[in-house]
Design a protein around this ligand. Structure first.
Ligand code: PLP
Length: 394
C-alpha cells in the first residue's frame, strides 16, 4: 500500500527534533527563560545586513519574473557564474557556471550528488561522528552507508580504519569539516594523507573514488584556523555547500554543488547531477534568494558571536570537569557524557532543564552535542545548571 521504509522515516523523528519539540512544550509550561535548549543547529546570529537590504532592493526594483519566475533547472546562469568566479578568486580554481548546480541547501546538494554517483552495490564512507542524515541520503539512493570511527583522541580521520573500510564497491567518501557535531576542522596533513590513500585505492580498484566535501560550516572558524579547499588536494572532488549557516539562512533553502573541472569526466558527472536534480524534483531553487546570494557573495554572519559563545561554554564546562575537544569551527561542543549511556545522561540533564543531544545517532555513543548557536545570555544563565549536573555525578 505504501513504502514502509518512508513511513518509518517519517514517524521516527530524529532525536534532535524530539528534544526541540520537548523544549517548546517545556517552555510553555515553565517559561521561555527557564529552559536551556541546546538541541538544534539554527543559527542565532542574524543574517548580515546585505541580505535584508538586497532583498528589499530587489523586491522594490526588480521585475517579478526575475524574482518569482522559474530559473534554469540548474540555477540562474548569472549566480552560477558569480559563484564560480568567487571560488576561483578564493582558491585559485578554473570553474565556470557549467561546474555549478544551485540547490535548496546542503541536504539537497548531498542527496543529488549521492544519487548522481550511485550504481548498484556502491558504498559511501563517512567518519563518526557524522551528520545522521548521511545514512538516510545514501540508503535512499540505493547505496550502502559505511561509517568509520575517527581517532577518539582528536576526532581527526583514522587512516588505518579508513583503509580497512574501503573495497572495490567504495564510490565515495563524505567529509564534513568543520564538523557537525564535533566542531573539529580536519587538518591539512590529515587531508593530504586521506587524498594519497584515495589516489592509491583508485589505482588499485581501477575506478574513480569521489571525495564529497560537505561544507555548510566552511566560514564558521575561529582564530586563524584554515579549512583546506579539497578541490586543490584531490581531483575527483564534489563540493556540497549551503548558505544556511554562513549567511544564517537555513529557512530560505539555498546552496550549491560544485563539480571540480579536474574530476574524471566531469561533464558527465555534471550531467548526472542535473539528472539527479531532475529525478528528485530539486530543480530551480528559490529565485528571490538566488538573486540575494548572488549580491552577497563573500559576506558572512558575525562569527565573533559564536566564538564568544564557544569560549564561554568551553571554559566553564572544562572547569566543571566535563571533557571535550576545543572546537575550531561550526557551533557545536561535543562533550563526553558523565555516564556510559548518553541517552540516560541527556535525560538526567533534562532534570536541570538542559536540553543536550545524545550522540548515538551521530555514530558515537557516550557523547552529547551542545549547540551553542544560542544567545550568549542563555549560555550565561545555563552555567549553574551545567555545574549542578556535573555535581550530581560526583
Ligand atoms: N550537513 C551538515 C553537516 C549539517 O550540519 C547540515 C545542517 O545542519 C546539513 C548538511 C544540511 O544543511 P542545509 O540546511 O543547508 O540543508
Amino acid at each position: 500500500m505504501l513504502s514502509q521504509k518512508m513511513a518509518e522515516l517519517g514517524t521516527n523523528r530524529s532525536v534532535i527534533r524530539e528534544l526541540f519539540e520537548y523544549g517548546k512544550k517545556r517552555k510553555a509550561e515553565i517559561g521561555e527563560d527557564k529552559v536551556f535548549d541546546f538541541s538544534i543547529g539554527n543559527p542565532s546570529v542574524p543574517a548580515p545586513d546585505c541580505v535584508k537590504e538586497t532583498a528589499i532592493d530587489l523586491l522594490e526594483h526588480e521585475d517579478d519574473l526575475l524574482l518569482h519566475g522559474y530559473t534554469s533547472a540548474q540555477g540562474d546562469a548569472g549566480l552560477r557564474k558569480n559563484i564560480a568566479e568567487y571560488l576561483n578568486g578564493q582558491h585559485g580554481l578554473h570553474l565556470t557556471e557549467d561546474n555549478l548546480y544551485i540547490t535548496v541547501g546542503a541536504a539537497a546538494s548531498l542527496t543529488i550528488t549521492i544519487k548522481a554517483l550511485t550504481e548498484e552495490g556502491d558504498e559511501f564512507i563517512s567518519f563518526a561522528p557524522y551528520f545522521p542524515e548521511y545514512r538516510v541520503f545514501v540508503e535512499n539512493a540505493g547505496a550502502v552507508f559505511v561509517p568509520v570511527n575517527s581517532d577518539p583522541a582528536d576526532f581527526q580521520i583514522d587512516l588505518e580504519a579508513l583503509e580497512k573500510a574501503m573495497n572495490t564497491h567504495t564510490k565515495g567518501i563524505i567529509l564534513n569539516s568543520p564538523n557537525n557535531p564535533s566542531g573539529v576542522v580536519i587538518t591539512e596533513d590529515c587531508i593530504k594523507a586521506v587524498c594519497a590513500l584515495l589516489e592509491k585505492k583508485q589505482q588499485e580498484y581501477g575506478h574513480p573514488i569521489f571525495l564529497i566535501a560537505d561544507e555548510p560550516y566552511r566560514e564558521l572558524v575561529y582564530g586563524d584556523v584554515k579549512v583546506p579547499y579539497l578541490m586543490n588536494y584531490y581531483d575527483n572532488t564534489i563540493v556540497c555547500y549551503s548558505y544556511s549557516k554562513s549567511l544564517s539562512l537555513p529557512g530560505e533553502r539555498i546552496g550549491y554543488i560544485a563539480v571540480s573541472d579536474k574530476a574524471a569526466e566531469w561533464k558527465q558527472i555534471y550531467a548526472a547531477v542535473c539528472g539527479a536534480g531532475r529525478s528528485l524534483g530539486y530543480v530551480c531553487a528559490p529565485s528571490l534568494f538566488q538573486q540575494v546570494v548572488a549580491r552577497c557573495m563573500g559576506k558572512t554572519s558575525d562569527v565573533s558571536i559564536y566564538k564568544k559563545n564557544r569560549d564561554l561554554l568551553y571554559n566553564a564546562l572544562t572547569e566543571y570537569g566535563y571533557r571535550c575537544i576545543k572546537p575550531d569551527g561550526a557551533f557545536y561542543l561535543f562533550v563526553e557524557a558523565l555516564e556510559k549511556d548518553a541517552n540516560a545522561f541527556s535525560e538526567k540533564a533534562k532534570e536541570f532543564e538542559l536540553l543536550i543531544v545524545p550522540a548515538d545517532s551521530f555514530g558515537t555513543p557516550g557523547f552529547v552535542r551542545i549547540s551553542y548557536c544560542v544567545s550568549t545570555e542563555q549560555i550565561e544563565k545555563s552555567l549553574p545548571a551545567f555545574k549542578a549536573l556535573a555535581e550530581a555525578y560526583r
